[in-house]
Design a protein around this ligand. Structure first.
Ligand code: HEM
Length: 862
């Protein structure tokens, strides 16, 4: 028995010894293969281990990065060979030096004489050989970089993009809040991709965006996967995705080149156009492959990393309540200190986000999304006493620098306060690289992240559903590693008390049921038929909606027509809606594949812009249809959205002869809904002749949703007398009291004379004003009356002790406001006083003198 045990032990030792010996032999042979032709230099190589033939160190690298401890890859070098900071290895099929300490990293990144890009050939095949990481010369890189980086850098460029970023962020957060569980990273990538597409290709087509985004997702899995070009593998799929991307960019390029050849004006001023225009000193222009590779690279770099870092910053904030609270307070202070007339964030405010900037830097450090960059030695070069031989790759391992406990104590702890008063030493903080290849999009990326976090902190929270996933802050590699969770709105969106909505909704429904008193008059039934017959015959349909209720004012008759480039959504009365929300709605409609435009039909400049826009669409139409006939544009919509006013304005401004203007009659404009009874035609352009058809406003016979009824009534689509002015005014006050609009009038209360346009300074001894006050005491349109009304509203709301979310308290406040407003409007106390106050108040609201309100919210999906 003992003999048998001894024998099997001996066999085990022999096998084990054999394996160790074989391992040593294979590694030695591998080292010998790469080092033998270095001659004497090989004795000065850094220490390290080149792994087995062909495989090199890739096995341990991939194993570490698929485990929960990716840093075990570098720490195994440190434990075996000491803290030398440079290690030899065989990575991605090339003999390489891995550089892990600040001094050496900085030297490699900034020394262009000795180092050039050295990315693995598998990555180059995906990103493109003519991209910045490809085979272009040093001079070409410098030239193209100067040309392209300006578009994403500097104060002017960033100010231009800030509002675009803001509108996308607001729209998406609101949308996600209604979506239940989402793949957070997927959504963030879509968001950052849409932003970079606007900047680089001014693209607005939702379908094209989706197609490109899909291909980029596949491309990215391939960049991070093993380069196995066999069906079913991520790298194989990524190569296919690149072919598709190139085909899409090529078709855009062909179209633009075609347009240039025909001498047509440029429609876009974006990166593609800049690349098409550029000429070097010898008059050489970029060829298609160069332009496409630059775009493939920029669009990829410009959304992938920002999406990931935004995700991690949000997760860190959510997981560290004290950091969340401090960051939120900073954002609240920024909003509080904002001038009342300002809508949305400014770059100046973003620069004041000192704490948030530390949150972002700390996220960039802990996550180090670009954990390594690749260079190649152009000649033998000595660093820290070691030689890097010519032709060897250099892997600049940022991750190790950022997680070095000697530079950042407790390096894996997320602690934004570590940045208090800390200016990192050269080479110790490299999230965006350094030297001539420093990330050109770093300011844009930080701006995107800051704007996202600003709105997230103020209004939302993230509830994670798979908290264990991606615990080691690794770049996301597979779809199943996505962060799943729910975005929840925590702040109240201004909402009028439901009791008022219900009351008004019931009133609207009651009149809807009564024959003869309903808004659905017999002429509407006839007009509906006439309109439906004409829709297929006209060239363009402009669906006019009320910008204050972009959804509630939908024209139901068009709902079932497919979305097309012939269907324009025109948000009229833009001057009455919340300015910041207009942009969000525009983005929303674009995302739904509509063509949106905003206008104020009473503003000549606005109407001119809209006419130019219409004419551009007509030109497009004539090109694709080869149409050469008279163009007809139908204006359709619910009552009182301003179709007739717009038709007249277009006719007045349109380039047609004075004689024609004289001959044509105008559409009848009225502040009351339902005045237009027939379809009439007005000429708005010549060469080609363009006519608009003004159509009667149509509402469906019944409107089942009480809230929609109330909003339509308040904005004037339904006659006030059908509902009751008092009820409508109460509803307006309910909306006003829970909004922020009244806060703008705080200064009036303190007599600090925030003057309205045309207001006179109100002082105790202004005889002129006293005279006007006496003469026009009851004219509510006078500036001094509006002034008093605003002050009354501010004082009543701000001094009210109750809870405005409680229906009873809100009703009490509204009653009190009616009494106070009676004084402000100088309405005598009589039986009609309530109705008189209501009528005046509604008039001021509808002329935009009591603030700007958008009553609809972006719809929640599901
Ligand atoms: C948090 C987000 C981002 C991170 C962490 C990041 C990181 C980096 C790093 C480390 C490099 C240096 C690569 C090297 O040295 O070889 C780089 C280069 C680059 N980045 Fe970014 N980046 C981000 C966002 C962006 C954005 C938004 C854009 C586009 C607008 C962009 C475009 C580029 C380009 C074109 C290069 C190549 C520069 C060259 O070779 O000259 N990046 N990025």
């Amino acid at each position: 028995m003992e003999y048998l045990l001894g024998l099997s032990w001996g066999v085990f030792v022999a096998i084990f010894g054999g394996l160790v010996g074989l391992n040593w032999l294979l590694k030695s042979v591998n080292c010998w293969v790469y080092e033998t032709n270095l001659g004497e230099k090989r004795f000065n190589l850094p220490p390290g281990d080149m792994g087995w033939p062909f495989i090199g160190n890739m096995w341990s690298f991939l194993r570490a990065f698929k485990s929960t401890n990716p840093d075990s890859f570098i720490s195994s070098f440190v434990s075996r060979f000491g803290h030398t900071g440079l290690y030899k290895a065989l990575m991605f099929g090339n003999p390489s030096i891995v550089v892990t300490v600040p001094e050496a990293c900085k030297r490699v990144l900034t020394d262009d004489e000795y180092f050039k890009p050295g990315w693995p050939s598998s990555t180059l095949k995906l990103i493109g050989r003519k991209s910045f990481i490809g085979s272009i010369t040093y001079e070409e890189h410098k030239h193209l970089r100067r040309l392209t980086a300006a578009a994403v850098n500097g104060h002017e460029a960033l100010s231009n993009y800030a509002s675009c970023i803001e509108e996308h962020v607001k729209l998406d957060l609101e949308k996600w809040a209604g979506m239940g569980q989402i793949e957070f990273l997927t959504e963030l990538r879509r968001l950052t991709f849409r932003i970079i597409m606007y900047i680089f290709l001014s693209s607005k087509s939702g379908q094209m965006m989706e197609a490109l985004e899909r291909e980029y997702t596949t491309l990215n899995y391939g960049v991070r996967a093993m380069a196995i070009n066999l069906p079913g593998f991520a790298y194989y799929k990524a190569l296919k995705a690149r072919i598709n991307l190139v085909a899409i960019f090529q078709s855009i390029l062909d179209e633009r080149r075609g347009r240039m050849k025909d001498g047509q004006p440029t429609l876009e001023k974006d990166m593609m156009e800049a690349l098409l225009d550029v000429e070097d000193e010898n008059g050489r222009r970029l060829d298609d492959e160069e332009i496409i590779d630059i775009l493939v690279m920029y669009l990829n770099a410009g959304h992938e990393s920002s999406g990931h870092v935004t995700m991690w910053a949000t997760l860190f904030l959510q997981e560290h309540p004290e950091v969340f609270q401090r960051a939120k307070e900073e954002q609240e202070a920024i909003v509080r200190n904002r001038p009342p007339t300002q809508n949305g964030l400014t770059l100046k405010e973003v620069r004041q986000m000192h704490y948030l900037s530390k949150v972002i830097d700390e996220t960039l450090r802990v996550v180090t999304f670009s954990f390594v960059v690749f260079r190649e030695a152009k000649a033998d070069v000595d660093i820290s006493g070691y030689t890097i031989p010519k032709g060897w790759k250099v892997l600049v391992w940022f991750r190790n620098v950022h997680l070095d406990p000697e530079i950042y104590p407790d390096p894996k702890e997320f602690n934004p306060s570590r940045w208090d008063g800390l200016t990192p030493k050269a080479g110790t903080f490299l999230p965006f690289g350094a030297g001539s290849r420093l990330c050109p999009g770093k300011d844009l990326a930080k701006l995107e992240i800051a704007i996202f976090l600003h709105y997230f902190l103020l209004n939302y929270k993230l509830e994670r559903h798979n908290p264990g996933c991606g615990l080691m802050y690794l770049p996301h590699q597979r779809p199943k590693d996505n962060c799943l969770g729910k975005i929840k709105r925590v702040s109240q969106k201004p909402m009028a008390a439901t009791s008022y909505v219900q009351k008004l909704g019931a009133a609207v429904k009651k009149v809807a049921g009564k024959r003869g008193s309903s808004w659905y008059t017999p002429h509407m039934a006839a007009a509906t038929r006439a309109i439906m017959e004409r829709v297929p015959l006209v060239d363009l349909v402009v669906e006019v909606r009320d910008a204050r209720v972009p959804l509630s004012s939908e024209y139901e008759l068009l709902r079932n027509f497919p979305h097309s480039s012939r269907h324009i959504i025109l948000l009229n009365k833009m001057d009455l809606a919340s300015r910041s929300e207009l942009k969000v709605w525009r983005a929303y409609f674009e995302e739904q594949n509509f063509i949106p435009f905003e206008v104020n039909a009473h503003n000549k400049e606005n109407v001119k812009q809209f006419l130019n826009f219409l004419q551009a669409r007509v030109r497009e139409l004539m090109k694709t249809d080869h149409a050469n006939h008279t163009i007809t544009v139908m204006l359709a919509g619910i009552p009182n959205v301003g179709k007739s006013a717009l038709a007249n304005a277009l006719h007045q401004i349109g380039r047609i002869s004075a004689a024609e203007k004289g001959k044509l009659k105008h559409a009848t404009v009225s502040p009351l809904p339902g005045e237009t009874k027939d379809i009439s035609s007005l000429k708005i352009g010549s060469h080609p002749n363009i006519y608009v058809l003004d159509t009667p406003g149509i509402l469906p016979p019944t409107i089942p949703d009480a809230e929609v009824c109330s909003k339509l009534a308040l904005t004037g689509a339904i006659n006030d007398y059908l509902i009751g002015e008092s009820e409508l005014a109460q509803y307006f006050l309910a909306i006003h009291n829970v909004s922020d609009e009244y806060k703008k009038w705080g200064k009036l209360s303190m007599h600090q004379s925030e003057r309205l346009p045309g207001d006179r300074m109100e002082t105790a001894s202004d005889p002129e004003l006293d005279k006007r006050r006496k003469q026009y005491a009851t004219d509510h349109t006078q500036d001094f009356v509006v002034h008093d009304v605003r002050r009354t509203l501010f004082e009543t709301v701000s001094s009210f002790p109750g809870n405005l979310e409680a229906g009873k308290d809100l009703e009490e406040l509204i009653e009190r406001q009616f009494t106070e407003l009676q004084k402000a409007f100088k309405v005598l106390v009589d039986t009609d006083a309530h109705t008189k106050v209501a009528a005046k108040l509604l008039n001021l609201y509808r002329t935009g003198r009591l603030g700007h309100y958008t009553l609809d919210s972006i719809p929640r999906i599901n």
